[in-house]
Design a protein. Sequence first.
Length: 343
Amino acid sequence: MPTAFAPRPTSRRQFLALLGISAAAVSCGTATATGGSGKQITSLKYQGAVGAVTLPELAADLGYLGDVTLDWVGNTISGPQDIQSAATGQTHFGSAFNGAVIKLASTKAPIKAVVASYGSDQHSYGGYYVLEDSPIRSARDLIGKKVGMNTLGAHYQALLDIYLSRGGLSKAEADKVEPLVVPPVNTEQSLRQRTIEVGVLTGVLRDKALAAGGIRPLFTDVELLGPFSAGTYIMTERFIKQNPDTVRTFATGVAKAIEWSRTTPREEVIARMTEIVKKRGRNEDTSTLQYWHSYGIAEAGGRISDKEFQLWLDWLGERGDIKPGQLKARDLYTNEFNGYGKG
């Protein structure tokens, strides 16, 4: 869930602009793919998230990355921006919603997902909330209504479209539902002030809004799709080819961190995260860590499967954002470097 911790682009145009890089731009990345003289890179540049602990950061603190170290270069503003930075060589890896990974790959950016980064389960999920007294009870009730979400053309608009389709709405009817960009920190207030009829809430913002009362879920992403891994860490194909041992250490270390967070008591995970944030000395508020429940990743060790990309390939194809058959799910990821469960 890394991309839920930072502000998102505020319009569909900005979202597409972040992803609209050319293959030429990718090939002109500034970071080197190897350390020179055939030596593999073992210091990975990356972007973090304010007040949060990403899986690679957790893996490093747990000692799962061996001699591979992390070099923080700043905090990401969004998932699309994070993976664009990795694709252009400004960082060595990035995480985003799998639909954003597909969009970037459709520009011929030579990237590949190596391990899952976040998802939705019974503990961590995105909900579409309405006021307690709202007449909205079904997909059809959303016709003509405003739905606030963090960005357009991404995870939460995709889930809204799926909900409307499964609710029996035609495309013409679904087009009458109006998704709007509302910063996550303003979503609860916008909902209560009735400037929107539905608001997407996640994590600490969802928990605080529910504690205040007066709202109820229309549906959640995990109710709609079941537990699923929604995002992945990507690297460039060139970096993977030239630094296979580093990639293997990274992917396997993240996989181990996923399982550690899944099998360790929640209080211990939160305590460890709080310690990590305090140690890095970036003057961050650690209070929101108390609301952490899970990374939401569905598959053991964050292993990736076709279905985690096929759903979004179909959705983007239906929207006309990519050409039908332009990309195949199996070409977007690899589990080759994820050693979790291999002994």
